[in-house]
Design a protein around this ligand. Structure first.
Ligand code: SAM
Length: 230
C-alpha cells in the first residue's frame, strides 16, 4: 500500500474498505461513493444517456457499504447518496453524529430521462458533523442548495460520474478543518478542490485508470498553487 504523494496530497490505488480504516482521523471525509439505483429502463431516452450503460458495466449502481462512514475516523462526513439509499444514510448519521443537514445539488441542465420517475435534476448529499466540526464558510457558501449545471465532464475525464469543480469547491469550503479524505475519489474532483483551498488531501480509488487521472489532475492543482505562491 505505497501511496503516491504530491504536495499535500496522498493518493492510494486500492480498496477503500481495506485502506480507509488504516488512515486514521481526518477532519472531514468527503465521499461520492457509487450510488445505489435502478439503472435499467429509460425507454426512448435511454440512448441519450450512454453513460448509464457504462455505470452498469462498471457496477457503479450497486451502492456502497455505509460502515465506511465512521465518526471515529472523521469530525464531519459529507456523503452523496442516491434517492434509493438516502433514507438509510440519514438513519445512520442520526445515530452517530451530533447534527446533520441534507444538501442538494440542483442541476440547471438535467437529462431528459424520466423512466416513470422524476427527471434527475437533483443530487443529494448529507453533511453530518460532531462538535468542533460545524459547517464553515461565508454566508453565501452556507446555502444548502447549489444551482450548478452538470458540466458534461464524462468525456473530458473519461469517467461517467465526475462532479463539477464549482460544487466541490463549495463543499470543501463547508468542511471545517484542514484535512480531507475521499475514499471513492474517482478522477480526483474532491482532491483538486481541497488542494486549491490549501487543505491536506488523502484519496483512495480502486480503478487504476481513474486513479491515473486523479494523479494527473491533482498534480496540476498542486503545481498551480506552487506557481501562485512563488
Ligand atoms: C461516483 S464515483 C466518484 C467520482 C468522483 N467524485 C469524480 O468526480 O471523479 C465513485 C468511484 O468510486 C470507485 N470505487 C468504487 N468502489 C470502490 C472501492 N471499494 N474502493 C475504492 N474505490 C472504489 C469507483 O471506481 C468510482 O470511480
Amino acid at each position: 500500500m505505497t501511496p503516491v504523494i504530491i504536495g499535500r496530497a496522498t493518493l492510494y490505488c486500492g480498496d477503500a474498505y481495506n485502506i480507509r480504516p488504516q488512515l486514521g482521523f481526518h477532519d472531514a471525509d468527503v465521499a461520492d461513493p457509487p450510488y445505489r439505483f435502478r439503472a435499467e429502463g429509460g425507454g426512448r431516452y435511454r440512448k441519450a444517456r450512454p453513460n448509464m450503460d457504462r455505470i452498469t458495466d462498471e457496477a457503479l449502481h450497486r451502492g456502497f457499504d455505509m460502515a465506511i462512514v465512521n465518526p471515529l475516523l472523521c469530525g464531519a462526513a459529507i456523503v452523496f447518496a442516491h434517492n434509493d439509499q438516502l433514507a438509510e444514510l440519514l438513519r445512520l448519521v442520526q445515530g452517530q453524529f451530533h447534527r446533520h443537514a441534507l444538501c442538494v445539488w440542483q442541476k440547471t441542465n438535467p437529462q431528459p430521462v424520466a423512466n416513470k420517475h422524476y427527471r434527475p435534476d437533483v443530487e443529494f448529499y448529507v453533511h453530518a458533523w460532531n462538535r468542533g466540526y460545524h459547517p464553515s464558510g461565508t454566508l453565501a457558501e452556507l446555502m444548502r442548495v447549489s444551482r450548478i449545471s452538470s458540466p458534461r465532464l464524462a468525456a473530458r475525464f473519461d469517467h461517467p460520474t465526475c462532479k463539477p469543480d464549482a460544487l466541490m469547491s463549495k463543499i470543501i469550503a463547508n468542511a471545517a478543518g484542514t484535512s480531507i479524505c475521499d475514499p471513492f475519489m474517482g478522477t480526483g474532483s474532491t482532491g483538486v478542490a481541497a488542494i486549491r483551498a490549501g487543505k491536506r488531501f488523502t484519496g483512495i480509488e480502486r480503478d487504476p485508470r481513474y486513479f491515473a487521472t486523479a494523479v494527473e489532475r491533482i498534480a496540476t492543482a498542486v503545481a498551480e498553487l506552487e506557481r501562485m505562491a512563488a
